[in-house]
Design a protein around this ligand. Structure first.
Ligand code: PAF
Length: 278
């Protein structure tokens, strides 16, 4: 496995990989890898000749009061896990390498960011679009792999790629969960012991909500009751929308999603499902 930190070295690796006719799968990450990331690597390995992983905590997608500075980082552990998983290249640039100059050009997710996390994290998805656009151009992947836990991100990136003819496929990979149902996330390390015990209630509430929605009932009130009575977290949102276009009043493919703020961890989770199937 090769590790490169500069765009110049990356370009050399891309040039020789492309020259030898190998397809590239990209797994974009912010590091602090867990099994969710490794599932993305596994999906990439099954479909492409070589797998490149980016590890970059992207300041552009964090708000001024968010956790950019304390976001967990452990490059040594990440590179060990990546190598074991069969990653061929890690691209781990510094902030200065990634954003060497101020740009006047901005990218906007538009109305896709008016719901779910976009509503409570203004500018977040614009920052995600900025970094993935750069990563797609720098790494020139044939396919890029994203986890369903960040379903709004996935929908916005799919729209970017489709609407602007980026020459790559976006692949969706299912959320990886702990045995008790908690979605794997780098931010789970922020949970206190007591919060960790309560956290699986989020997925339980989602499952209950999906059942109710399929039976034609409004799932939201019962989910609010469950989360408020069985966790110490503060509910940020619960929304039922169409997927991937994120419109109100879905009638077939839907997403039921929530965000709950614990003391230090803001957890998100969702289920994408068909309202008409049981
Ligand atoms: O999902 C993430 O970890 C990040 O949002 C991504 C896609 C790597 C962009 O920084």
């Amino acid at each position: 496995m090769q590790v490169v930190n500069t765009v110049l070295d990356l370009k050399e690796w891309i040039r020789s990989t492309k020259q030898s006719g190998q397809s590239i799968g990209l797994v974009p990450t912010m590091g602090f890898l867990h099994e969710g990331h490794l599932a993305l690597v596994e999906a990439a390995k099954a479909e492409t000749d070589v797998v490149a992983m980016s590890i970059f905590v992207n300041p552009a997608q964090f708000g001024p009061n968010e956790d950019f500075d304390r976001y967990p980082r452990d490059f040594e552990r990440d590179s060990m896990l990546a190598e074991k998983a069969g990653v061929d290249l890690i691209f781990a640039p510094s902030v200065e390498e990634m954003y060497p100059n101020e740009t006047q050009i901005t990218m906007g997710a538009g109305s896709l960011a008016n719901v779910l996390c976009g509503k409570s994290r203004p500018g977040h998805f614009d920052g995600v679009l900025k970094v993935v656009t750069k990563l797609f151009h720098l790494l020139q992947p044939d396919a890029a792999y994203f986890g369903q836990k960040d379903a709004q991100q996935m929908a916005i990136i799919e729209s970017l790629v489709r609407d602007f003819n980026f020459p790559l496929q976006i692949r969706r990979v299912e959320t990886v969960r702990e045995q008790d149902g908690l979605a794997k996330s780098s931010r789970n390390v922020y949970l206190s012991e007591a919060e960790r015990i309560e956290a699986p209630k989020l997925y339980e509430a989602l499952q209950r909500g999906v059942k109710d929605a399929r039976e034609g009932q409004d799932p939201i009130l019962e989910m609010i009751r469950l989360i408020e009575s069985e966790t110490s977290g503060t509910l940020d949102y619960i929304e039922l929308l169409s997927y991937p276009d994120l419109q109100q009043e879905p009638n077939a493919q839907a997403i039921l999603a929530l965000a709950v703020q614990f003391q230090k961890a803001r957890l998100i989770d969702n289920i994408i499902f068909n309202l008409k199937e049981n």
